[in-house]
Design a protein around this ligand. Structure first.
Ligand SMILES: NC(=O)c1ccc[n+]([C@@H]2O[C@H](COP(=O)([O-])OP(=O)(O)OC[C@H]3O[C@@H](n4cnc5c(N)ncnc54)[C@H](OP(=O)(O)O)[C@@H]3O)[C@@H](O)[C@H]2O)c1
Length: 213
């Protein structure tokens, strides 16, 4: 697939690298310096390059949205026409100092994003995993037991694409249902982050859901 990365920081930089190493064509975009995007493309190897958000969006089969909530409008404006595009978002609707969600309970960042770009097809994924574990999960991807990763969305075709990317990154995709389920995965992502950074159990929690029943 051709994948555009909108936001090439901790999440976008790592996931874009993983997607390139898994064989996808990747365009890294949206960082403060072009040299950073070029370095990521060089290090990713495979078929990766640096570009503008508009170039990342053009002909993309999927876009990864990985920017701070305060940058969403800006990067979407730069990306241009997103008609029919699959947007996989890991962006959490965090406040300026990243201490809390600005949207929760009755809606979610993913749903608000879908309202901003009704012409696109939004899937919420990768937000429940700390960026620190992404490379090691990818490296272990051939192990029999894969860590689970929940995703949700309203469009079956775009969810299939997201599930393929989740598998490529080394996770077992768990379809959590429609996009409104992001109301529950986004606060859950904060729990995982809190445990990962302040305790010792977070990565395990992000890793595996055992099926009940
Ligand atoms: N990090 C995690 O473990 C994690 C886990 C789950 C969800 N998330 C969510 O994923 C999203 C991305 O998080 P992240 O940790 O990857 O953030 P990040 O490392 O800060 O990356 C954000 C990207 O946006 C770029 N950017 C910021 N301001 C810009 C501007 N004015 N012009 C151009 N580019 C600009 C940054 O550029 P530079 O590269 O130049 O800084 C960076 O490439 C957030 O919504 C976060 O809540 C993060």
């Amino acid at each position: 697939m051709r994948i555009g990365i909108l936001g090439s920081g901790l999440m976008g930089g790592k996931l874009g690298t993983i997607f390139a190493r898994a064989g996808h064509e990747v365009v890294f975009s949206y960082a403060r310096h072009k040299a950073k995007l070029e370095g990521l493309a060089r290090d990713a190897g495979g078929n990766a390059r640096a570009g503008t958000p508009g170039e990342a969006a053009r002909n993309a089969d999927a876009l990864l949205l990985a920017v701070h909530w305060s940058r969403v409008d800006d990067v979407l404006a730069q990306a241009g026409d997103l008609s029919g595009k699959v947007i996989v978002t890991c962006s959490l609707p965090m406040n300026a100092d990243d201490t809390g969600l600005v949207i929760a309970h009755t809606t979610s960042g993913a749903e608000e994003l879908a309202k901003k770009v009704p012409e696109a097809r939004v899937v919420c994924a990768f937000n429940t995993v700390p960026s620190e574990v992404l490379f090691s999960v990818f490296e272990d991807r051939r192990k029999a037991t894969r860590p689970s990763l929940v995703y949700c969305g309203d469009d079956a075709g775009s969810k299939e694409i997201a599930a393929e990317l989740i598998r490529d990154a080394g996770f077992d995709p768990v379809d959590a249902g429609p996009l409104r389920i992001a109301r529950y995965t986004e606060p859950f992502a904060l729990l995982v982050g809190q445990l990962a950074y302040e305790g010792t159990e977070g990565p395990e929690l992000a890793y595996r859901f055992e099926w009940l029943g």
